[in-house]
Design a binder for this molecule. Structure first.
Ligand code: GDP
Length: 176
């Protein structure tokens, strides 16, 4: 039937990080190519996109906290079965970088259920050069120290957003 969507795999990808770092904007940018001012909502939301990974069709379900992170914790069910986790900070707010170590990485390690879960640190808002508080070097070192991939992005300027998700997805694909 023409409406049957054949996919070889489904990968669950999560976005975590402080409120306002640009998680929803990254997801919107990647899933539709668009960018808009977003009204924060409560509850968990996800978007799906089918991508090609090494000749195979992979359905990505990408989960966004949609505001739950303001309570500084997400539920274990949010993390269940995730094969890829994107830890996002805002390069113009150092406290959002500190939160990766203080909150988000700890929670990921506590709840992440898939052994070979791939982690990626995303340094967003790279367009805010004047207000930058976290250097690329700092972000890269942190990512390396914790076994994470690292990409600097701008959801606003559409810089490296597709690249970030694609790199993560290929790594998840490679890990079997
Ligand atoms: P979330 O709370 O992590 O989901 O963050 P949002 O996606 O809602 O973004 C928070 C604010 O940052 C919004 O006003 C966005 O328009 C803005 N924003 C998101 N990404 C970027 C970016 O790459 N550069 C700049 N300058 N602003 C961004």
């Amino acid at each position: 039937g023409g409406l049957v969507l054949n996919v070889d795999h489904t990968f669950k990808i999560l976005l975590v990080g402080d409120s306002g770092v640009g998680k929803s904007s990254l997801l919107l940018r990647f899933s539709t190519g668009g960018f808009e001012e977003l009204v924060p909502t409560i509850g968990v939301d996800f978007k799906a996109k089918v991508v090609d990974v090494g000749g195979k069709k992979v359905k990505l379900t990408i989960w966004d906290t949609a505001g739950q992170e303001r309570f500084r914790t997400l539920t274990s069910s949010y993390y269940r079965g995730a094969q890829g986790i994107v830890l996002v900070y805002d390069v113009s707010r150092a406290e959002t970088f500190d939160s990766l170590a203080d909150i988000w990485l700890r929670e990921v390690d506590m709840y992440g259920t898939v052994e070979e879960c791939i982690k990626m640190v995303v340094a967003n808002k790279s367009d805010l050069a004047e207000q930058r508080e976290v250097s690329r070097e700092m972000g890269l070192q942190f990512a390396k120290a914790h076994g994470c991939l690292f990409v600097e992005t701008s959801a606003k300027g559409n810089v490296a957003v597709d690249q970030a998700f694609e790199e993560l997805v290929h790594k998840v694909g490679d890990s079997g």
